[in-house]
Design a binder for this molecule. Structure first.
Ligand SMILES: NC(=O)c1ccc[n+]([C@@H]2O[C@H](COP(=O)([O-])OP(=O)(O)OC[C@H]3O[C@@H](n4cnc5c(N)ncnc54)[C@H](O)[C@@H]3O)[C@@H](O)[C@H]2O)c1
Length: 347
């Protein structure tokens, strides 16, 4: 099945199916890491027709989503004498996708790239929409560019080798899409069993991709609606930061973040307790963590201001309005937030 995304300057297909034969009459560089290379490069190569294809690997891990890895990729491109018609293929999870897209956006002022995402999180979210970038010592994804892929090829087969926790982290982002934009999708998620290889998971991938494509087509550069995709992230980023990025996967921290955002939404009468409980139960069904003990509420609150989405010293919260809608207020009182955060302490 194919979902099309149409933007003001471009449009492209997102194919969700067994990987098709990919033919290129230009130089191709596949960007991946050793983990994915070992597991899946043969499968990919069998599906590529090109006279000139090479592979460059960067170390595996979010800590390598940096300028050093970009240098490795660009250096390979220069050594292979890529020109402006050449293409990069991102073959991996969100880290590889974001870095490959960024390298493609700056190599000779911009060349094409294709996404072949291999984690659930990257299949349902990161590979679609053209946000590319890297981290630096000041924070995550602070250097980057909007650069759309020419095509996204999602093959659920790759998920068969994915760690169970990584699958759950991807499901967390699927639940996020449903809560923000589609009540009937959330109802379906309550009935479905999202096991790797199941029809239910494939349907959920398709629905998430359709939702993401719809959001991005409304707001490519995140001037408004697209920011709603950060539901759960405002709290989640603080949790990741407080735990030194070594305790929770991103999707897991977002899971806890959604529970916290829901608690704030309940306090502000935007969501009922029953709706919040229903989402929590759904997260728990997939072993996504929902509990977190805040040690210092004031400190947790101060952390919000480090988030790059907090403009002009205001914190923008992304809060569900019931299920299927979302609001992004930036005027919630500190007292309300603190009182909700206190619900996540041991007191
Ligand atoms: N651009 C966007 O719109 C967007 C959206 C959400 C997240 N992101 C970014 O995505 C990144 C997270 O992506 P992720 O969750 O995919 O993490 P990841 O890319 O680090 O992949 C997770 C782990 O799974 C391994 N892996 C990948 N595919 C595998 C497979 N098929 N089988 C076995 N192992 C496999 C990877 O090597 C890695 O160790 C973050 O850097 C985040 O900022 C970007």
């Amino acid at each position: 099945m194919t979902v099309q995304i149409t933007l003001p300057t471009t449009s492209y297909n997102i194919n969700i199916q067994k990987l098709k034969q990919l033919s290129f009459d230009r130089k191709v560089v596949i960007v991946t890491n050793p983990t994915i290379q070992k597991l899946h490069i043969d499968y990919l190569m069998k599906n590529i027709n090109a006279k000139n294809v090479s592979v460059v690997t960067v170390p595996d891990g979010e800590e390598y989503k940096n300028m050093t890895s970009i240098d490795i990729i660009l250096e390979h491109c220069f050594k292979q004498k890529l020109n402006r018609k050449s293409i990069l293929v991102a073959f991996g999870g969100g880290v590889i996708g974001d870095m490959t897209g960024f390298a493609a956006s700056i190599y000779q002022r911009g060349i094409d790239f294709m996404q072949i995402p291999t984690t659930l999180l990257s299949q349902v979210d990161a590979s679609v929409g053209g946000k590319t970038g890297i981290n630096n010592k000041f924070g995550k994804n602070l250097i980057g560019a909007f650069h759309q892929p020419i095509e996204v090829n999602i093959d659920p087969y790759f998920l068969t080798t994915l760690d169970k926790r990584e699958v759950s982290a991807g499901i967390s982002e699927i639940i996020k899409m449903a809560v923000c934009f589609d009540e009937s999708f959330l109802n379906s998620l309550q009935e479905w069993d999202l096991n790797v290889g199941s029809d239910d998971l494939n349907k959920a991938i398709k629905k998430s991709v359709e939702t993401k494509a719809w959001v991005v087509s409304q707001d490519e550069k995140e001037k408004g609606l697209r920011a709603a995709l950060n539901y759960g992230h405002t709290f989640g980023h603080v949790i990741e930061n407080e735990t030194n990025y070594n305790t929770y996967l991103h999707g897991e921290a977002v899971g806890i973040g959604m529970v916290m955002a829901n608690a704030l939404a309940v306090k502000l009468n935007m969501m009922t307790q029953e709706e919040a409980d229903l989402i929590k139960k759904l997260l728990e069904k997939y072993d996504i963590p929902t509990e977190y003990i805040i040690k210092d509420v004031e400190d947790f609150y101060e952390h919000f201001f480090l988030d790059k989405k907090s403009l002009d010293d205001k914190i923008k919260f992304i809060l569900p309005v019931g299920i299927g809608d979302v609001k992004m207020p930036d005027d919630i009182s500190k007292e309300d937030v603190i009182s909700v955060l206190k619900g996540f302490t041991n007191e």
